[in-house]
Design a protein around this ligand. Structure first.
Ligand SMILES: Cc1cc2nc3c(=O)[nH]c(=O)nc-3n(C[C@H](O)[C@H](O)[C@H](O)COP(=O)(O)O)c2cc1C
Length: 275
């Protein structure tokens, strides 16, 4: 089956698909012909679907992407800039969670939405491991503390050492300042040696975090866990990521205990404008 099909009755030969194709493999030589795929170019298609997405006539189909699975954009549902700006400014890292757990379907929806994050060359190689069980999240936190105990005598950075000491002391008093007693942990990972693996994972997790906030959930990036995740053998085993994968980020997730009422200040951006 050919990768690329044009419905000759619907195609208006406007050339938008050819112009839009980032791989430049769609050709429309003149106004009297229809767009075609360059010879032997199917392997160059990155399957981004821009040709399908841009065609206003529904004239173009990719065999990898049935039109029925490409819903029309509901422009009326798109928020304006102000609600999006408010969402970006009002999101906070959540460090106190309610005891309640998030429904499995909701966790699925978060990940389903994060699939639409951009990935280098549209490789879409980001994978997820979701720890749904609060006691398992707590077990992972305890392993990060074990790692901190091991690393503390070797740590030369004084600020880092003090921070580790405080976290260990808190843990010993029954306070989890590693994963904040969050009910869930979402870990993002990818084959370690892929180009853009880290950027892809971080962007996907950022998508997830923002959508989680829009759904009334709270998240906090789990930096200490991420720092230990690829080095501490018991943690590596407990996380059980696919062979060759590296953890590039993780967020704690649950329902926030507190609502925030103000937006804190941030440093003025440091920008070099070149004109
Ligand atoms: C990569 C990364 C790692 C982080 N790790 C932790 C962490 O381990 N524990 C924690 O409480 N907060 C962590 N944070 C949250 C930051 O402290 C927080 O983003 C920052 O203080 C700004 O607060 P805000 O997110 O509410 O705007 C992390 C944030 C990022 C981006």
């Amino acid at each position: 089956m050919s990768l690329f099909t044009i419905d000759l009755k619907k195609c208006k030969r406007d050339g938008m698909c050819a112009k839009e194709c980032p791989a430049q493999i769609i050709v429309l030589t003149d106004k009297d012909t229809f767009p075609t795929l360059m010879e032997n170019s199917e392997e160059s298609c990155i399957n981004c679907g821009h040709c399908v997405a841009v065609c206003p006539h529904g004239a173009l189909t990719l065999s990898t992407m049935p039109l029925a699975e490409c819903p029309s954009i509901q422009h009326k549902l798109l928020p304006g800039a102000s609600p999006i700006k408010q969402l970006l400014m009002a999101r906070r890292s959540i460090r106190f969670y309610k005891n309640s757990v998030a429904a499995h379907d909701l966790l699925e929806e978060l990940i389903d939405t994060a699939r639409y994050a951009p990935t280098g060359s549209n490789k879409q190689q980001v994978q997820w491991t979701v720890f749904e069980n609060p006691s398992e999240v707590n077990r992972l936190a305890s392993m990060v503390i074990d790692f901190a105990r091991l690393m503390l005598p070797l740590t030369t950075d004084e600020t880092m050492a003090k921070s580790m000491e405080r976290k260990i002391a808190a843990w010993d008093k029954g306070i989890d300042s590693i994963l904040r007693s969050a009910p869930h942990l979402i870990v993002v990972h990818s084959q370690a040696d892929l180009p853009f693996a880290e950027a892809d994972c971080v962007i996907a997790l950022t998508y997830l975090e923002l959508y989680a906030y829009a759904k009334g959930l709270g998240t906090c990036w789990a930096g200490y866990l991420t720092a230990a995740a690829n080095f501490h053998e018991p943690l590596i085993q407990a996380m059980d990521l696919p062979q060759g994968h590296k953890c590039f980020g993780a967020v704690m997730l649950g329902y926030p205990q507190y609502k925030y009422t103000r937006i804190p200040t941030r440093n003025a951006p440091v920008v070099t404008w070149r004109k």
